[in-house]
Design a protein around this ligand. Structure first.
Ligand SMILES: CC(C)(COP(=O)(O)OP(=O)(O)OC[C@H]1O[C@@H](n2cnc3c(N)ncnc32)[C@H](O)[C@@H]1OP(=O)(O)O)[C@@H](O)C(=O)NCCC(=O)NCCS
Length: 288
């Protein structure tokens, strides 16, 4: 078996075993061209006797400290022969060459094969996340006590996060295009500058970070990409604020990505959810 950089001509054969991977299908067809053109990453294909038998993508995160592993797919006829493990090894090697000190990946909570694969390759679960999606078709505008954070809020939001249990349980990450990145002070400052941080209370008792531009080719999606309320009241007002943005902005969907907890699931189940899923965030710190 040979692992190499993907070429344009691999697409058709690879997609032929990446369309019905999960009960809902797969997303590889939506990202193949983006991943192949990615200047900060590498799309890999495994080949055996002229047949394309597996693929994966690795990207180096904007801070260059982490590698993101994704899209591992092995043709059903070639599984349990360490093909995925070899791809992981190669992606880790790529990350290390680019200066990364750790690698991360996200796995659906019901994907036991993939969880075992990550664990066998030295990764450990650092956080549990939930994803909720809705078209909010029955939502109505309601007054919210939340507000857009300004530059002057940076210090107090950062202080709030340092003490926040949710921040710790979220592994100090936010989500961008299905990659989980570190939410450090610099990232927070940039989000505030871009008017993407919503807060409740004085002093701060809740924080949400949003994305108005969707991901991949799905540009018309409004997302909450980090959610950290100190109380049920704060959660309600943060979500109302975002729902109002959603109703004003003619988005197709409202998605929430946040640390998984019973209280969050309970809240969103009452809040017109169409889809929901749980994920495990895996991480591996490289040995020097
Ligand atoms: C998950 C997947 C990538 C694993 O590929 P693979 O080449 O079979 O994995 P490997 O042979 O490298 O397996 C490494 C280890 O993972 C674990 N593992 C892999 N598949 C498993 C399964 N079906 N059940 C339980 N453990 C499994 C085993 O510990 C295995 O080691 P072992 O065979 O020595 O016991 C493959 O099943 C696949 O393509 N699934 C569909 C797509 C998918 O779920 N991708 C991951 C999305 S996050």
């Amino acid at each position: 078996m040979r692992i190499r950089k993907a070429t344009r001509s691999d697409k058709e054969q690879v997609l032929s075993f990446c369309s019905n991977t999960f009960d809902w299908g797969d997303y590889i067809d939506q990202v193949w061209d983006l991943w192949r053109a990615d200047k900060n990453g590498r799309l890999l294909v495994a080949e055996s006797e002229g047949n394309k038998i597996a693929m994966s993508h690795v990207a180096v995160c904007p801070d260059s400290k982490s590698a993101w592993l994704e899209g591992v797919r092995v043709h059903p006829g070639y599984r349990r022969s360490q093909v995925a493990s070899r791809l992981i090894e190669r992606m880790v090697q790529y990350g290390r060459q680019k200066g990364a000190r750790q690698a991360s990946a996200i796995v659906a909570a019901d994907n036991v094969a993939s969880q075992r694969m990550m664990e066998k390759n030295g990764f450990e679960v650092v956080s549990r996340w939930a994803y909720y999606s809705t078209t909010a078709d029955r939502a109505k505008r309601q007054k919210s006590e939340a507000r857009l954070a300004t530059a002057g809020d940076l210090g107090s939001i950062w202080q709030y996060l340092q003490k926040s249990r949710v921040y710790r349980l979220s592994a100090k990450r936010y989500v961008k295009s299905w990659h989980w990145y570190t939410l450090d002070r610099k990232a927070l400052q940039n989000f505030i500058k871009d008017e993407r941080v919503i807060v409740t209370g004085r002093p701060i008792n809740g924080v949400a970070i949003i994305n108005k531009h969707g991901y991949w080719s799905k540009k018309n999606i409004l997302q909450i990409i980090y959610l950290d309320p100190a109380s049920a009241k704060s959660l309600r007002h943060l979500v109302l604020f975002v729902t109002n943005l959603y109703l004003d902005g003619k988005f197709d969907r409202l998605q929430v990505l946040c640390h998984e907890s019973k209280s969050m699931t309970c809240f969103f189940e009452k809040f017109m959810i169409k889809e929901q899923e749980q994920f495990l965030l895996y991480n591996k710190v490289f040995t020097p």
